[in-house]
Write a protein that binds this ligand. Structure first.
Ligand code: EPU
Length: 337
């Protein structure tokens, strides 16, 4: 691909398939390339936005500035310890290809995160998680280029402020760094997480409990519930699962005894947003060019030619109804640009 492109249509670079134009698009192949671009007088005064796979964003308007896209794709084993491997993956590696490679090489831990769209560089920003596994538990450190100083910086695990779908890169450092590589500490021995009933059941159907079979099970489950962006443009979960107080939970449960929930601590309970949305009658709901997926109510789909405002209107409608019905304020999981 050409590396610096003017007036670039981002339709293929966001899984919602929204058409917006960026003034400039730049794909970097390594750190040196990125640094020299950032120092270039033609571009260094422009607003900058990093865009990997575009699988967790909603593009709301044309972008007056430069979109920076990681195009570096190496995966290297850096170190072996008594029970782990330190693996460096470049930001531009496709996330699921990385998980596939890990499973093939017997680098264990990430199996449950199979099939998540996006690139390696974006994964730690929202601390991706699925089926009882969270990425943060496998991150050793993150390499970035600081957009202000143009210097390389390293963030060790404890400096990343990881939380549920959250990290320092979504908070105080939002927009300030380009993640160029992620270092993972992966296990030498399998430690398969099959605590989710659906996972255990699917794995039993496939065969012995191996990392390969667990990956297959996860891919099957995802395929049965989550729409493929290529068929139904979407950005995965649109909202976070809300975390509410125990007293609020008890009130809701008294009227809805069947409410699914996960105890977070002795004072906090997480509720699946998909359940709240479904209870409000939105599962499969269509509204012009957008719809709520009919198999997973947390996913909003662009059914053809939608603009960000169509998606946001539906999201607002859902939020108001959930708030009115349950008193719970949903929060967006995706990023707006
Ligand atoms: N449910 C409904 N209606 C639905 C779907 C689900 O009532 O349409 C209820 C069911 O009770 C179900 C529960 O919600 O047991 C949980 O559903 P699911 O296992 O599908 O997971 P989720 O909480 O809706 C989260 C992540 C997903 C991740 C899955 C699997 C968030 C915001 N989402 O969804 O992540 O794949 O768990 O672990 O935490 C993403 O972030 O894009 C994403 C897809």
């Amino acid at each position: 691909m050409r590396r610096i492109i003017k007036k670039f249509n981002l339709k293929k670079f966001n899984t919602f398939g929204i058409e917006v134009i960026a003034d400039y698009f730049f794909a970097f192949t390594d750190i040196i390339d990125l640094k020299s671009f950032l120092k270039n007088d033609l571009y260094n005064h422009l607003d900058k936005q990093v865009l990997g796979g575009g699988s967790n964003i909603l593009l709301t308007k044309d972008f007056k500035g430069v979109i920076i896209h990681p195009f570096c794709k190496d995966i290297v084993k850096k170190k072996t310890t008594s029970n782990s491997y330190l693996i460096k993956a470049d930001a531009g590696v496709n996330w699921d290809s990385f998980v596939e490679k890990c499973v093939e090489n017997n680098w264990y831990g990430l199996e449950n995160l199979s099939g998540i769209p996006g690139k390696v560089g974006a994964a730690p920003i929202q601390n991706i998680g699925a089926y009882g596994v969270e990425l943060k538990d496998f991150i050793e450190k993150i390499e970035t280029i600081n957009l202000e100083t143009h210097e390389l910086e390293i963030f060790y695990h404890d400096q990343c402020n990881f939380g549920y779908r959250d990290s320092i890169f979504k908070q105080s450092l939002k927009g300030k760094h380009v993640i160029t590589a992620v270092y993972f500490s992966l296990l030498k021995e399998p430690n398969l997480v099959t605590s989710y009933k659906a996972v255990e059941e699917e794995l039993n159907k496939i065969g012995p409990a191996t990392a390969q079979n667990l990956r297959k099970a996860i891919l099957n489950i995802r395929e049965s519930k989550l729409p493929k962006p290529i068929d139904f443009p979407n950005a995965g979960s649109f909202f976070k699962n809300p975390i509410i107080s125990l007293s609020e939970f008890k009130k809701i449960k008294s009227k809805n005894p069947e409410i699914p929930h996960y105890i977070e601590s002795d004072k906090k309970v997480k509720i699946p947003a998909a359940w709240l949305i479904e209870q409000c009658g939105f599962k499969g709901y269509k509204n012009g060019k957008v719809a709520v997926h009919d198999k997973q109510a947390l996913v909003i789909i662009n059914t053809g030619g939608a603009k960000a405002k169509d998606i946001l209107n539906l999201a607002d409608k859902i939020c108001s109804k959930v708030k009115k019905t349950f008193g719970i304020q949903l929060e967006k999981e995706i990023n707006l640009i």
